[in-house]
Design a protein around this ligand. Sequence first.
Ligand code: 1PR
Length: 524
Amino acid sequence: MITLLDYGAGNVRSVVNAIEKLGGTVQIASHPQDVINAEKLIFPGVGSFGSMMHILEKKNYVDPLKTFLRSGKPFFGICLGMQALFESSEEAPGIGGLGIFEGCVKRFQIEKAVPHIGWNGICIKKPSRIFKAAAGNEKFYFVHSYYVAPDNSDVILTTTDYGLEFVSSVAFGNITGTQFHPEKSGEAGLALLDNFIIDAGEASIPPTAASPTHLAKRIIACLDVRANDQGDLVVTKGDQYDVREKGSVRNLGRPVDLAARYYTEGADEITFLNITGFRDFPLEDMPMIKVLEETSKRVFVPLTIGGGIRDYVDKDGRQYSALEVASAYFRSGADKISIGSDAVLIAEAFLQLGKKTGKSAIEEISRVYGNQAVVISIDPRRVYVGAPKETRHPVLETTIPGPTGEKYCWFQCTIKGGREGRDMDATTLARICEELGAGEILLNCIDRDGTNSGFDIELINAVRGAVSIPVIASSGAGCVEHFHEVFAETDAEAALAAGIFHRREVPIADVKSHLDEKGVVVRR
Ligand code: 1PR
């Protein structure tokens, strides 16, 4: 029996699902005594260090946790659950951690995009039972802006390279902690968790070593979901956002089955977009909640959900905040939420007021769940001008002239699934959202969506150059060469595609083989 400490701050469902898939049984600790009585304890931390410690204090878990950790019984801390073992964190100055290990938690101060999001390797420093049957060159899923810095190097189990060599897992006695998420790291992560759940025997060191390690470029499968005219929830796909063909909504399959297929085919992440979210209240009959719950039982890589994340008043007059909508998604198995239309309106309000309010959906959700959990989905389209002075927006000189030969363009943000253009350009939106606390940009492109003509390299470079958070390039992928082009010609951290995967035109494995041949690091 595994006891899981859920302090109510995010996606613990994935950990429960992973343990159950491995044949283990889980008891969720609902009282401090449950922690003391646990035989094996897993602590999957989510959110921010300060809010985690605050909740642990409030719910009287701090002393029971320390008692458990000193008892010699097996403990596994994941992400923030590992960081909690240390004395303090730069994320929350003045707030103490559990102090089981001496040292602190530091923020990345590096040239690369922060958060560190994606699949990276581990360099193993000492034997552990969790490595039984591991090859040593596996990649695991990371998503964090802070890393642990132990005073005592004896506790270091692995390191990982990302701008610097940082400690990516610790172990001492029966206490193990990983910065990466084994429950989100596909088969490699599940194997590692399995070794903790069962008694994996002698500690071992895998045969191969990865040093230095490299962050892989991610390949993401995107599923646009909506109800079709018969009321069934289907995966659909538009051409430049038009999802109807001969009057009917294109039906490309069932959301959960398709997501499960992409997981087995090697997708590094799955994104669901509820494309009618701008007009429907997502918690009304909760179709996407069900989709997430079912998917997270079968898919062990990160899940993002977007569409309709904003404040609502339902038909009975009850108010829901965007944070409540997001929380419902996190509880159902989402790792990240994606905000589209509302992000544009938030950025417009920010520009008008000239300062942060602390109350926008982006700020509220990132405060509770961490920046890495908040993705901004941008739906831009090109607006051509003959000369820069014709617009107040930042323009670029484009190699793809406009319909009447215009040499300049800017990238106009849209809302409501591309139906409404706003007076804001995509680079400004991205920059403001980063300042408000977003952790990643999902950069679509209406001009390229569904065209199979390749990613809009100029757009991606413009937005990537405006922010220091990771950018997911989206829209237009038609063949494996397009993925190489986007990684060779931009600094995008991930590439997303929909149509070619749904129609089985290009398998994910072929994309990765091609990138591998071209020297782009991918997870295989
Ligand atoms: O505005 O917060 O409710 O979020 C709505 C979300 O739904 C936004 O993220 C918006 O991008 C998305 N959306 C709205 N309408 C559509 C539509 O198609 N009618 N889908 C839509 C956008 C997602 C793209 C697509 C890529 C790759 N499609 O990410 O998956 O363009 O396609 P491809 O590889 O086939 O070219 P809110």
